[in-house]
Design a protein around this ligand. Structure first.
Ligand SMILES: Cc1cc2nc3c(=O)[nH]c(=O)nc-3n(C[C@H](O)[C@H](O)[C@H](O)COP(=O)(O)OP(=O)(O)OC[C@H]3O[C@@H](n4cnc5c(N)ncnc54)[C@H](O)[C@@H]3O)c2cc1C
Length: 587
């Protein structure tokens, strides 16, 4: 019999082994997770397989993989087990109806959010399912014609042909959507409703299971419609509130739309709303357009109660907005949203933001988030570079006030750097602002050069975000991929090492400055018999000084560990990409 001491020894030994194995597994998973994530990002998620074409794209390898899986699965389900023409006709028809039911939603952004997809990914999926349903319907019609010839006998066949025609027309309209978006979207819905009605009449007479699918699709539509309405009513109506109030501020050739009197909500950068202006003119009520929330003022509980959008003249609706700004009259507006997901910025040591033109509207909330998190000492981001290409000098006025406020808030931290490029040569490259925080160049943005420099100075995990036109987006993607491979092969490391001498000098200067500020603030606080607010501000400054001193004092420890370098690079394309006015590939 084993005695108690042996049991005790075995137990201790087992526990030690277990701890060792657990730790080993945890570390392996941790290492593999990063390794696998990096591999998948470099080879599947980021590389573009088909670039933006006139009517479709861009598609990354990831999109293509998903499409292939979906198409292979759908085609197998359509073909496997078919024994006769009648079988084939029934199967193609049923599969087409099944796919059709997935297309029936009221507000795409609502469904995209519920599924955890970006609007662009959702619309791509919607397109893929629609094409599959159309091809299956085409096969169904072709087989029916082969079996029965082209004859319209009875309402079932008539409705089948009507449904197919509506479907075909809706697909054909896709080619024209860029030019007549408003017309397209309304006709698209109308054709969708008509096709569903016609399919319902077509399958009802046939006693197949398809009408159950159609019914499920209609229920789905009704549910999303109801959810949408609840959200819409909740946002626009409430005690003492009836629709939002929109006021317009002209910003050179753009307009800032300030929306107040909405139900406050917790705003996250990256969100957008659909805006419908009710009282601008007779037709404005018919249009609803998406705009990124660029700025917001918050209640004490941190909820946004007034939001600002920035719009440029792109077509009918935006032209009306820009024109209306001159009248300075406010209007009633209906706010649908917010929709869209955010990016968690907390793990990143450096963030580089690329924007062209109005793309800056989508980047500003992220800049604000980082700068304000730094003020609350919650952000590890030590370098935030905004790289913006403008078409003309006047575009700087669009965001001047906001940028000024952000630069002021950033004083003391100095994480924010803004580089402005433009194609119209007007002056020599220049640096502006304290600590050279604004750099203006008359040249076009050279993405590769900018990213090389940013990665040379960057630290820790680097995030690159883009809201730019197609060519810049492509260049950023290529550059990020290039740097990811270099990082993988260890080639990037040499460039990452900052010269310790420079680091020490700047740190000592910083230390001197903050120590002086520290002493000044402490003295003023002691002497001044001031109000609570000014004491609060001074205390805040004082705490800041202490934090900076603490950071400066941690210098020797960091130096002894070796200067940090870039660990990984990630790319995120925002939901608004300026050239098409519709979202692009979201990663
Ligand atoms: C998520 C998102 C955020 C956006 N944020 C901004 C922003 O902050 N500032 C800004 O100026 N623009 C933004 N846009 C683009 C803006 O929605 C379009 O410029 C606007 O809808 C154009 O309408 P229009 O009647 O003036 O021109 P139109 O001639 O009707 O449209 C011009 C182009 O805009 C796109 N578009 C039009 N209506 C819609 C719609 N309902 N949904 C999606 N795309 C549409 C189409 O691609 C169309 O080709 C954003 C778009 C999206 C998808």
């Amino acid at each position: 019999m084993i005695d108690l001491t042996t049991i005790c020894a075995i137990s201790f030994f087992s526990i030690a082994c277990l701890l060792f194995v657990c730790n080993f597994v945890r570390r392996t998973i941790y290492t593999l997770r990063h390794w696998v994530a990096d591999l998948v990002a470099r080879h599947i998620i980021y590389p573009v397989f088909i670039r933006q074409r006139r009517f479709f794209g861009p598609f990354t390898r990831f999109h293509l993989l998903l499409l292939t899986v979906f198409w292979a699965f759908s085609i197998s389900c359509t073909l496997v087990g078919i024994q006769s023409m009648a079988d084939a006709r029934l199967r193609t028809g049923t599969m087409s109806v099944i796919n059709l039911t997935f297309l029936l939603v009221s507000q795409p952004s609502l469904v995209a959010d519920s599924l955890g997809l970006s609007l662009d990914s959702y619309l791509k999926a919607h397109g893929a399912v629609a094409w599959m349903a159309f091809i299956q319907a085409l096969a169904h019609v072709a087989i029916s014609m082969k079996m029965e010839g082209l004859s319209v006998r009875g309402t079932s066949q008539l409705h089948g042909i009507l449904a197919f025609s509506a479907f075909g027309f809706a697909i054909l309209l896709l080619c024209l959507r860029r030019h007549f978006y408003e017309f397209f979207i309304k006709l698209h819905y109308a054709l969708g409703f008509f096709a569903v009605y016609a399919v319902w009449r077509h399958v009802r007479a046939r006693k197949t299971f398809s009408h159950v699918y159609i019914f499920a699709g209609i229920v789905c539509f009704a549910c999303t419609f109801m959810l949408h309405m609840i959200k819409l009513i909740g946002r626009n109506f409430g005690p003492g509130r009836c629709f939002a109030r929109a006021s317009f501020v002209a910003r050179n050739d753009a307009v800032e739309i300030v929306l107040s009197s909405i139900k406050p909500f917790r705003f996250r950068p990256g969100q957008f709303i659909y805006l419908r202006i009710l009282t601008m003119n007779k037709f404005s009520i018919l249009q609803s357009h998406p705009f990124a929330i660029t700025w917001c003022s918050e209640t004490q509980r941190g909820h946004a109660d007034t939001i600002s959008l920035l719009a440029t003249d792109r077509g009918d609706f935006t032209h009306m907005l820009v024109d209306h700004a001159a009248t300075k009259k406010s209007c009633l507006a209906c706010v649908d949203g917010p929709y869209g997901d955010t990016i968690d910025l907390s793990p990143y040591g450096s963030v580089v933001m690329f924007a062209t033109g109005i793309g800056i509207a989508a980047q500003i909330p992220f800049i604000k988030e980082i700068v304000e998190s730094r003020l609350r000492w919650e952000s590890p981001t030590r370098r935030l570079s905004v790289v913006w290409e403008v078409d003309h000098q006047g575009q700087l006025d669009w965001v001047f006030n906001w940028m000024q406020e952000l630069l002021d808030k950033d004083k003391g931290n100095y994480v924010l750097r803004i580089s402005i490029f433009h194609s119209n040569p007007s002056a020599d490259p220049e640096s502006r602002g304290d600590h050279d925080r604004i750099f203006i160049s008359p040249q076009r943005m050279n993405v590769k050069q900018v990213l090389d420099e940013e990665l040379r100075l960057g630290k820790g995990r680097v995030l690159v975000t883009v809201a730019a036109h197609q060519s810049v987006r492509g260049a950023v993607r290529d550059s990020v991929l290039h740097h990811m491979s270099r990082l993988k092969n260890g080639k990037i490391s040499e460039g990452q090492w900052e010269t310790p001498k420079k680091d020490i000098n700047t740190q000592i200067q910083l230390m001197e400055k903050v120590m002086k500020a520290f002493i000044r603030s402490a003295e003023v606080l002691r002497q001044e018999n001031s109000s609570i607010e000014s004491t609060e501000t001074r205390l805040h400054d004082l705490l800041h000084s202490i934090e900076s001193v603490w950071r400066a004092l941690s210098l020797p420890r960091r130096l002894s560990q070796g200067v940090e370098r870039v660990q990984s690079i990630e790319l995120r394309e925002l939901s608004f990409q300026p050239d098409e006015g519709r979202p692009s590939t979201a990663v």
